[in-house]
Design a binder for this molecule. Sequence first.
Ligand SMILES: *Cc1c(COP(=O)(O)O)cnc(C)c1O
Length: 367
Amino acid sequence: MAVPFLDLKAQFATIRDDVLKAVTRVFDDQAFVLGKYVEAFEHACAEYLGVKHAIGVSNGSDALLLALMAAGVKPGDEVIVPAFTFFATAGAVARLNAVPVFCDVHADTFNIDLKSAATKVSGKTRAIIPVDLYGQCADMEGVMDLARAHNLAVIEDAAQAFGATRNGKQAGTFAHYGCYSFYPTKNLGGAGDGGMVTSNDDELADRIRLLRTHGERPRYYNKQVGICGRLDALQAVVLHVKLEHLDAWNRRRAEVAARYNAAFAGHARIKTPPVSKGNTHIYHQYTIRIPDRDRVQGELSAKGVGCGVYYPVPLHLQECFKQQGGKPGDLPVSEQLCAEALSLPVFDQMTNAQIDEASKAVIEALG
Ligand SMILES: *Cc1c(COP(=O)(O)O)cnc(C)c1O
């Protein structure tokens, strides 16, 4: 039996009528950008997340860019970023001609290693971007302590963690800014691109609202140079329908992970992903660490069992950051994870038979 890596069609079948009704309403109104549908979704997100402000934006990458702009990051400033994350976390920094300074992560949780981060603080450091990778929170209390000691802005990249919690608080609500992505494959995914910035600070939130519409206030009077960073109404209504189901979907993802964990228990060569104390994990990815990763990936693919490598190259060794002089060996844990990490199928409509098939394929491939 083939097992898809992700099956969004199965999810859509469960909400088809509600989504099409909501989309039709937007077409009937012909009101496509920001406006009442986006505001209603923003309010629903703020309430769900328990945060004062939720601001819909064009995508998760722009969410990070807007947060960095609003935090006043300038050319030449340094921003600490884990080397093991999706490219956008560092790309947003580089787009402002600021410098992403890479630090290492923990091998078990894949999240930022604060000891490593602390060694990267310099007189030029302005901000730090911890990432809630694969769907569980980084040590956000520790990040905030480090930031307070050095007067850094903190932007929590919660693009993979909408609905995850840590010590009872939602991912993306710990820092000055929280950033989310609604890319279709994210656990709260739209029908195209979308994103969100959250903040508990009125003034910081206002800066995001200003910058997302070219810094104009009132219309055609530009106070600052911003970007075109608006969320579409079509995305907002689709996401609003999906938000109602998110907790149930996230619960099923956790069940999928628990079934994998049980299947892999006792297999010494498979390291399953632990959940840190105080965290709930929403498993944007279920990622194991194994030897011989590339061979196993090839064997799974040959059997039609979907899998993915997030991420094959640590950011300090990416070609586009070559001028910064990163070398193999600089951030050994990130480098090791790039060689060992394998993400297995996880989605809310996944059946137990599909989970069993995928786990059996991994165990067989490892011999
Ligand atoms: C997806 C993602 C982003 C970027 O989001 P887009 O909506 O694709 O721009 C940023 N950071 C992380 C960790 C992500 O996974």
